[in-house]
Design a protein around this ligand. Sequence first.
Ligand code: NAP
Length: 316
Amino acid sequence: MKAFIKTRYGGPEILRFEEVERPSVKADEVLVEVMANSVNPADWHILRGKPYFARLSYGLLKPKHKIPGTDFAGVVVKAGTNVTHLKAGDKVFGHHLKGGAFAEYISVPANSCALMPTGTDYTEMACVPLAGSTAYQALVIHGQLRKNETVLINGGSGGVGHFAVQIAKACGAKVTAVCSSKNADFVTGLGADRVIAYDKENIHQHEGQYDLVIDTNGNLSHADYKRMGKRGVMVGFTTMGHMMSVSLRKAFSRFPLAQFTAEADAMDLDVLGTLIYKNKLKVHLTQTYSQHDIPEALSYIEKMRTKGKIAIRWLR
Ligand SMILES: NC(=O)c1ccc[n+]([C@@H]2O[C@H](COP(=O)([O-])OP(=O)(O)OC[C@H]3O[C@@H](n4cnc5c(N)ncnc54)[C@H](OP(=O)(O)O)[C@@H]3O)[C@@H](O)[C@H]2O)c1
């Protein structure tokens, strides 16, 4: 099969599109023919091995896993002997942080993917897994968001943010979202009750009070969370120094601030699929590339100014 491979850490230019062996299928796994991917900041963090502490998980001197790519949608070709809920021919979407998705086929644990809802397409559903799960887990699992609560979503226009605004609305919350002024109409259209343009109002001086503060951008200080929220969830990060400063202050504070790494969970993916089926969650696609342009798509997302999502469609 054809796949992008990396043998060292570096930028998108180090990727080579080569013939490699098709992965085998373990008992708890499914082999999926990949029809579409999306790209996420995690893809370039892992590709570059940055921040450096990520190399403890992904390989100290060189990458442990040769094929990059997290999000995929495709067709199950073979199910492992222990897999009962998926079978050959099923259309699925899922994510795998160990990589392997920028390839014609990927083998993944069956519990890291779910059935695509009726009426959806591969390109759309490939955009949902990591960003959608992160938004859902931040709001519902770590943030414990309840109906009629108020939530501030710092960074409401990107992959995670645009899902977070819609999921928070679907939960019955009152949503204030922060984004650049050029994306204000977009975020209002997603359902935000109020938009704060960070290039017009300094969020670090914002006096609003919210039940929950979610930071997908990662520039809020510990004092920002405490000033604006009753509880907080840190999703993204800007610099290592900033993240360590928040973590350190969190260690000496009683303020409930959660930090987490999104997990691939079939039940969460099912919830997201149901929201899409019921028209309560939509993927906003900014651009679609072919598999040959995956390095270009990674360069695009590395600028961290993506509106909605970027998809990859496999042309065969
Ligand atoms: N904890 C986890 O498990 C987890 C999982 C997934 C992602 N993440 C992290 O979450 C972050 C967001 O991921 P993503 O996929 O949503 O990225 P993305 O699609 O690239 O979106 C980045 C967004 O950041 C916004 N932004 C830039 N500067 C901002 C500012 N000063 N204030 C508010 N928003 C600003 C941009 O909006 P404008 O163009 O409107 O400025 C852009 O839409 C990344 O750091 C990623 O690594 C963490």
